[in-house]
Ligand binder design. Structure first.
Ligand SMILES: Nc1nc2c(ncn2[C@@H]2O[C@H](COP(=O)(O)OP(=O)(O)OP(=O)(O)O)[C@@H](O)[C@H]2O)c(=O)[nH]1
Ligand SMILES: [Mg+2]
Length: 591
């Protein structure tokens, strides 16, 4: 483009190329619509090409006729049905010729001087039943530098046009001027003025600015240019009101204004895409905040779960202690009843004494303790599962509720999260259900027994008998009995009889002391074991949330990086806009 070779302009174009390239990369990284990214690349490709004016509008509005009137030649096919099916780019060429550039793109060369300064583009009409026409045209909008929006007198600013305008202006920031065609259909001047005002106020409400509107009759303008008689030409030309539009295209758009438009167009597009990105990032940040709240909630639940689980276990540990207390009571009773002169036979028979002790005192206390521990383990896992299921169910429900209310990208995003969480939930259940409770209980008992054995180092050579309660209780009992030397027959004589009450008291005392120690040891060892068990269960549950946590961490990083890049791009655009303004001014197409 002739004007664009100046070095400062070239530098501005480089700046724009850089911004657009960075933006395209950012959009790509943040999962934007790939079509939008393609459109940005097309803008980049066109940066240093000739000014591009695209004529758009609904089918039958008269776009092709406007172009034909401009050239005074039937370059484009006209017709009362959806007619133009391809984008046609009019470019300068000494010899008229036509070639197909791609499936929906035709290039037509024409020697008109105007085309040395700009490219004009005819497009398929929107809002026809041929949906493809609209798609073809929409795809082409972003790379335009200026849009001529042709609407017709018989249906100015229809609802479908409103949507298309939003796309042109809000999605891509294209600048536009209106051509109100078929002005010849207005019965009075007043009618025409009303329609022009209608378009202006409609635009003000819709897009916040009053556009330039050219009311014309393209048909009359064409007829004027092709009429034989000069008088007819002049009359028709005046009636067509085509002159201001022609002047705008051939003078304004070939003057300095064109450069201002040309340099601002890519910045406008970039700013709009950045706005859209911002909206998406904001939405994702909302979701992230929810995710973070959800994770915090899960953590709170786990903390609360710890208390519930520990309380549950505690009940069983108290029961174990009760069993030992009952055994103690029976033991005291037994020793009290047995260490008497009347029971000398029993005292002399070590085996029988042991047997009686076992029958009356120990009974099946060891089995009962084991049952309690198994129940505690059972309870622990059951509780953990219930708590976890509840937490996850609530969580998933919340995700789905949010996702149902959300649209587009965000919906998909939330469903992805719900999926991750469903996987987490299944995994948690699987982990919990595959626990072998008996096995777990035995492990706890063994560990507790080992701990208790170490504490009770004095309780002699009884290791290896296996079950904790049996080992310790029996050892204690034997120790208590053996401790005062009644077990050998020889010792018991006349002297022995006198000391019997004292020895009874001593035996009971020692037995009570042993049981006391045993209770303390049991409490400590089992308590420690269960506490560890609770930790492990909670850690396992926490682990199952890890994929989700990682997802949230990743998303946080992505959003932080994208936001920083967004802000940097915004600054670059603002800076470039100032530089463009200083170099070539700012286009003003509004009234
Ligand atoms: N009364 C009147 N009719 C016009 C005028 N301009 C065009 N027409 C008629 O409107 C119809 C559509 O004109 P086109 O130029 O083919 O319209 P288009 O916008 O290019 O339509 P598509 O290519 O289908 O999108 C034709 O029948 C034209 O003759 C005008 O100024 N006044
Ligand atoms: Mg057409």
């Amino acid at each position: 483009m002739d004007h664009l070779v100046a070095p400062d302009i070239a530098a501005l174009l480089d700046g724009e190329r850089d911004v657009l390239t960075r933006l395209a990369a950012l959009l790509d990284r943040t999962g934007a619509d790939p079509d939008a990214v393609d459109r940005l690349h097309e803008i980049i490709d066109r940066l240093d090409q000739l000014f591009l004016v695209v004529v758009v509008g609904e089918f039958n509005a008269g776009k092709s006729t406007v172009l034909n009137a401009l050239f005074g030649e039937k370059l484009m096919e006209e017709g009362p049905i959806p007619t133009t099916a391809k984008i046609t780019i009019l470019r300068h060429g000494e010899e008229p010729m036509e070639r197909q550039l791609s499936e929906y793109l035709v290039e037509r060369r024409h020697p008109a001087d105007l085309l040395r300064h700009l490219h004009l583009v005819d497009t398929p009409g929107t809002n026809s039943i041929i949906r493809q026409h609209q798609t073809i045209t929409e795809r082409f909008i972003p790379r335009s530098d200026l849009v001529l929006f042709v609407t017709s007198f018989d249906r100015p600013l229809a609802e479908s046009e409103r949507q298309f305008l939003e796309f042109i202006r809000e999605a891509w920031g294209r600048r536009l001027v209106f051509v109100l065609n078929k002005a010849d259909q207005a019965r009075t001047e007043d009618h025409l003025t009303q329609v022009v005002e209608h378009i202006k106020s409609g635009c003000r409400d819709l897009m916040g600015f009053e556009p330039t509107v050219f009311p014309v009759s393209a048909e009359q303008a064409y007829a004027a240019k092709t009429a034989e008689k000069e008088s007819v030409q002049n009359a028709l030309w005046r009636e067509s009101r085509f002159a201001p539009l022609e002047q705008f295209i051939t003078e304004t758009l070939t003057g300095p204004e064109r450069l201002a438009l040309k340099l601002n167009a890519p910045l406008d597009a970039a700013a709009k895409r950045l706005d859209a990105l911002r909206t998406r990032l904001d939405a994702r940040r909302d979701v992230l905040a929810q995710d973070e709240a959800n994770l915090a909630e899960v953590q709170d639940r786990l903390d609360a779960a710890r208390e519930t689980l520990e309380n549950g276990v505690q009940r069983h540990l108290t029961e174990v202690d009760n069993l030992l207390l009952q055994m103690e009571r029976r033991g005291v009773q037994f020793l009290n009843d047995s260490i008497r002169v009347s029971k000398l036979n029993l005292l002399r028979d070590k085996d029988r004494f042991k047997e009686e002790f076992q029958r009356q005192v120990l009974r099946d206390t060891d089995r009962q303790i084991e049952d309690q521990v198994t129940e505690a383990v059972d309870h622990l896992f059951e509780q953990a599962l219930v708590l976890w299921q509840r937490t996850l169910r609530e969580f998933t429900e919340r995700l789905h509720t949010t996702a149902d209310g959300a649209g587009g990208d965000r919906k998909e995003f939330l469903y992805n999260r719900a999926d991750v969480f469903n996987t987490v939930m299944r995994e948690a259940e699987r982990k919990i259900q595959t626990h072998d409770l008996r096995e777990e209980a035995r492990r706890i008992l063994e560990n507790a027994a080992n701990a208790a054995d170490t504490l009770q180092a004095a309780s002699i050579g009884a290791a290896g008998l296996g079950v904790l309660s049996g080992v310790i209780a029996l050892t204690t009992a034997l120790d208590a009995v053996g401790g005062f030397g009644l077990v050998t027959a020889g010792v018991v004589g006349a002297a022995g009889l006198t000391v019997l009450p004292r020895q009874r008291r001593k035996a009971i005392q020692e037995f009570e002391d042993h049981i006391e120690t045993l209770r303390g040891d049991m409490k400590q060892a089992l308590g420690a074991q269960f506490s560890r068990e609770v930790d492990t269960s909670l850690a396992k549950l926490e682990e199952t949330v890890d994929p989700y946590r990682r997802l949230v961490d990743e998303e946080r990083t992505t959003l932080e990086t994208a936001t920083a890049e967004h802000d940097a791009l915004r600054e670059s655009i603002d800076r470039l806009r100032e530089q463009v303004h200083e170099a070539v001014g700012t286009p003003d197409l509004e009234e």
